[in-house]
Design a binder for this molecule. Structure first.
Ligand code: PLP
Length: 385
């Protein structure tokens, strides 16, 4: 038996409709998007437009024209960061960031393109908006921040952060990798100018999908970072400026995006408030089961907070986190989580878990049930008897 609790890496299982949509796109459509006028090609164009509309609706985006598709959350973040930043600018991010933000910024800094400041986070991953106000410089152009930590599940006060960025006339890029599909997101209310996220986590699409949303403020300033065929304006050697073509050269992952469409449909049917309620119910179930099993004497734990996303990080005195992951995956009831730094090295410095090589993380998704957590806690408890 397999208890999959690594939904912060990618959600699994997906709703049945997602598998069917991928299969249909491969088996029945077959053709590429924007590269022909066959009936199948037109069905794909309609599906893509609908998907842009659904995603814009989900986050209260101003228009489907601001929704672009990418290979993963990392590609969406890199498209935004490299597309926005100009020589001599200053960028601010937080210690809670994933390497898909930290590494592009470090690369730009190493090339003497930018200077950057990393705001500290507290021991749960939360960043104080006052620190952002203090770090802002006259040449600061961009603030990048994740909505929820992939290590502790803590949710940032993005509305307060967004208000500061807008007051200073900068741009705010939100990494919604751990919240898209899980929590209500209103980019207008959060004053968020760009939002990046994977399609394969909370949105329930297949691996190989990601989304970048650009507001009206961001649309005129993000340049293309890769150039190539778009199936449009082919007589010109210049990358078309129109969106989405500006940021979507090369053939799109049509089967993946068809699956993402089915995933987003599923999310819309189940509604974000209901999915959030399900996640909060699982967080309280985890806390209750944790207390009952008296695991606190053996494991330190972060996350599964009542207002956080469904992520918990554990640290044992007796087992290294990789050892814990391997042992749990080999029990008759296999519990699957993820050990290590979770691509968020500075977050582990803030938690004090970097020296130990990180934590063992368990994370739940829309299709996880209370019984999965009961079985996971029972297996964990069996290691300390
Ligand atoms: C907070 C955060 N940002 C960005 C990413 C990168 O997303 P992807 O794996 O789709 O590249 C992840 C993935 O784990 C993440 O947790």
């Amino acid at each position: 038996m397999r208890i999959y609790l690594d939904n912060a890496a990618t959600t699994w299982p997906k709703p049945e409709s997602v598998y069917q949509a991928v299969d249909r796109a491969q088996r029945e459509w077959g053709v590429a998007a924007g590269r022909g006028a066959s009936q199948e090609a037109l069905s794909i164009q309609r599906m893509l437009l609908e998907l842009r509309q659904l995603i814009a609706q989900l986050i209260n985006g101003h228009s489907p024209a601001g929704v672009t598709f990418h290979a993963h959350g990392t590609a969406a973040l890199n498209t935004a960061i490299h597309g926005l930043i100009r020589q001599g600018q200053h960028v601010i991010c937080t210690a809670a960031e994933h390497n898909s933000v930290l590494r592009p910024l470090e690369t730009l800094a190493a090339d003497n393109m930018i200077e950057w400041t990393i705001l500290p986070s507290d021991q749960t991953g939360r960043v104080d908006p006052i620190a952002l106000r203090k770090a802002w410089r006259t040449n600061t152009s961009l603030f990048v921040c994740n909505h929820a930590s992939n290590v502790t599940g803590v949710v940032q006060d993005v509305a307060a952060l967004g208000a500061i960025v807008r007051e200073r006339n900068g741009l705010f890029l939100l990494d919604a990798a751990q919240t898209l599909g899980h929590l209500p997101i209103d980019v207008a209310a959060m004053q968020c100018d760009l939002l990046a996220g994977p399609g394969h986590k909370g949105l329930l699409g297949p691996l190989g999908t990601g989304v970048l949303y650009l507001s009206e403020r961001a649309m005129p300033v993000v340049r293309s970072t890769i150039q190539g065929g778009t199936g449009s304006k082919s007589e010109s050697l210049q990358q078309p400026w129109e969106l989405p073509d500006r940021l979507e050269p090369g053939n799109l992952n049509v089967p993946g995006l068809a699956g993402l469409h089915a995933g987003v449909d599923w999310i819309m049917q189940h509604t974000i408030p209901q999915l959030q309620q399900h996640q909060q119910a699982l967080n309280s179930a985890w806390q209750e089961l944790w207390q009952q099993a008296e695991l606190a004497e053996h494991l330190r734990s972060w996350g599964a907070d009542s207002n956080g996303v469904g992520v918990v990080s554990l640290l044992s005195n007796e087992y290294d986190s990789h050892e814990l992951a391997t042992i749990l995956d080999q029990l008759p009831v296999r519990v699957q989580g993820r050990a290590g730094l979770h691509c968020a090295p500075l977050m582990h410095q803030a938690l004090g878990t970097a020296q130990q090589g990180g934590t063992f993380r368990l994370s739940w998704g829309p299709l996880t049930q209370r019984q999965d957590l009961e079985l996971a806690i029972a297996q964990l408890a069996s290691l300390f008897r």
